[in-house]
Design a protein around this ligand. Structure first.
Ligand code: SAH
Ligand code: SF4
Ligand code: F3S
Length: 463
């Protein structure tokens, strides 16, 4: 920990020089949430937020390694900022998931020696100390440890939105899907205490937040490890119970959660969603593949038939439910027949949204060692075929929206037209509409969908 005197010394320096920070986040919402905590720590030290990289004196890159292209984007970025460093006082920090990989840390040190601070997913909370070392002792810092992971509560936080907030409920992952690097870089599954989560949500509600997203790699196994280890002596010991407790908090009007795992989608969770109106009617249910053989080799612990049966059960029990999903094409050994099974599930389940990924080999995972990798060309062809099917389904589905009414939280001005407002339907479709006299960002308004533009709708606020 930093001594008070040191904090004061750094803060005075930062403020007297009017230093600003800029954070670039790669990867998922968990990383976004970490970046909000990094922003909180930096503002507490006296940094102000810069609008862009050029105006900043402290650059943070919060990295992702889930697929190769996320890594490539990072290298492009840190290459670009080298020249900025020549022109002014600039500290560069690279942190997050990718820094938990030894080879990546070596690559940064060798190819980008001007990076001042390297930190990992388990050491983010040390950033103030790391900055102190750079500023007071003129040292380069490498602060990465390989541990199962702990939970750090009460870090300051500077959120990106004033109406909608991410709340991490658990860290790490124990599932070890054979394609995935996340369990290696984020450590073991561990859940935050319910009282800490509820405290955070209450605080958000008091500050005008209306919408929250509960985050974790496997949210519906909330408290499972702790339960199994006999470490739970409180009432809220499951994801379903947490949902009821969060829903009781006045002021919060919409609750989302990502990602649940199909294997842990127990009946109590289905019942909770059906009973709690505040929970979004769109649920993310990652499929990954429609082939039972591939699913087994992915270590997903469900078959095609079990997934489809779960979808049927959820559709039956939860009125107006819609689903989104993640699909990987080109997992090692995936045959044409396996891929057809994936298309078959997509034809059968009317997914509102599909996040499609080309399988990317991740060093250290089980699937990376397989010799039957699918050739790049075939992976791309399959991706295009899946995309084509998905897009035809999107058009078909969108038509159903025309003329329907939705209560929409106004998130802000439209990026493409500052005269228009934007928000999303409960099913995560973007809707753009003209403002009405007294409506404000953060209000919930009733909007009628009038035009279908494939990836967004136009609508009108009802009188
Ligand atoms: N824990 C979440 C999501 C983790 S990463 C879950 O299980 O749903 C987000 C998505 O990235 C995954 O759902 C998967 O579809 C994709 N993904 C993970 N590893 C990948 C890899 N090696 N190649 C391609 N896509 C991958
Ligand atoms: Fe990766 Fe599977 Fe864990 Fe999701 S559940 S983070 S895909 S290992
Ligand atoms: Fe990427 Fe790390 Fe999230 S690897 S997907 S940022 S947990």
């Amino acid at each position: 920990m930093l001594e008070k005197r040191e904090v004061q010394e750094i803060t005075e320096k930062i403020q007297s020089k009017n230093w600003k920070y800029h954070i670039t986040t790669f990867g998922c919402q968990l990383n976004e949430n970490d970046s909000e905590k990094i922003a909180g720590m930096l503002e507490e030290l006296g940094f102000a937020k810069a609008e862009n990289e050029q105006d900043a004196n402290f650059l943070v890159f919060n990295t992702c390694c889930v697929r190769e292209n996320a890594e490539e984007r990072l290298f492009g970025k840190i290459g670009e900022v080298k020249n900025l460093k020549k022109a002014k006082d600039l500290i560069i920090a690279v942190g997050g998931c990718m820094m938990q990989e030894k080879l990546m840390v070596q690559k940064i040190k060798k190819s980008y020696p001007y990076v001042d601070i390297i930190f990992g997913t388990h050491t983010m909370q040390n950033l103030p100390q790391d900055i102190a070392k750079v500023l007071l002792e003129k040292e380069k810092v490498r602060d990465v440890i390989d541990i199962d992971g702990e939970i750090y509560e009460d870090l300051p936080i500077k959120r990106n939105s004033q109406v909608s907030a991410n709340v991490t409920i658990m860290y790490g992952c124990n599932n070890f899907c054979t394609y995935c690097i996340v369990p290696y870089v984020r450590g073991r599954e561990r859940s935050r205490k319910p009282e800490k989560i509820l405290e955070e949500v209450q605080h958000l509600a008091q500050n005008g937040y209306k919408e929250i997203t509960l985050l974790g790699q496997n949210v519906n196994s909330y408290m499972r490890t702790e339960r199994e280890n006999g470490k739970v002596d409180f009432e809220i010991d499951s994801f379903a119970k947490l949902l009821y407790a969060v829903a009781k908090i006045d002021g919060i009007e919409k609750i989302h959660f990502i990602s649940p795992h199909p294997k842990d989608f127990t009946d109590d969770v289905i019942e909770a969603i059906s009973k709690i109106d505040k929970i979004s009617r769109i649920v993310h249910l990652p499929l990954q593949s429609g082939s039972s053989k591939v699913l087994r080799e992915m270590n997903r612990k469900y078959t095609k038939e079990q997934y489809l049966a779960l979808v049927d059960k959820m559709m039956e029990k939860i009125p107006n439910l819609m689903l989104s999903t993640d699909i990987i094409v080109g997992f090692p050994g995936e045959t044409e027949e396996d891929f057809e099974d994936t298309l078959d599930v997509v034809r059968k389940v009317n997914f509102e949204q599909i996040f499609m990924f080309i399988y990317s080999t991740r060093d250290g995972t089980v699937a990376a060692t397989r010799e039957d990798q699918v050739p790049e060309e075939i992976k791309h062809q399959r991706f295009d075929r899946l995309k084509e099917l998905y897009e035809s389904k999107v058009e078909e589905n969108n038509e159903k929206y025309i003329g329907t009414f939705h209560s929409i939280l106004i998130e802000g001005k439209s990026k493409n037209d500052a005269n228009m407002l934007t928000g999303r339907t409960d099913t995560n479709k973007v809707v753009v509409f003209e403002p009405k006299a007294d409506c404000q960002i953060g209000d919930i308004v009733k909007v009628k969908i009038t035009e279908n533009h494939k990836w967004y709708f136009k609508g009108e606020i009802e009188e």
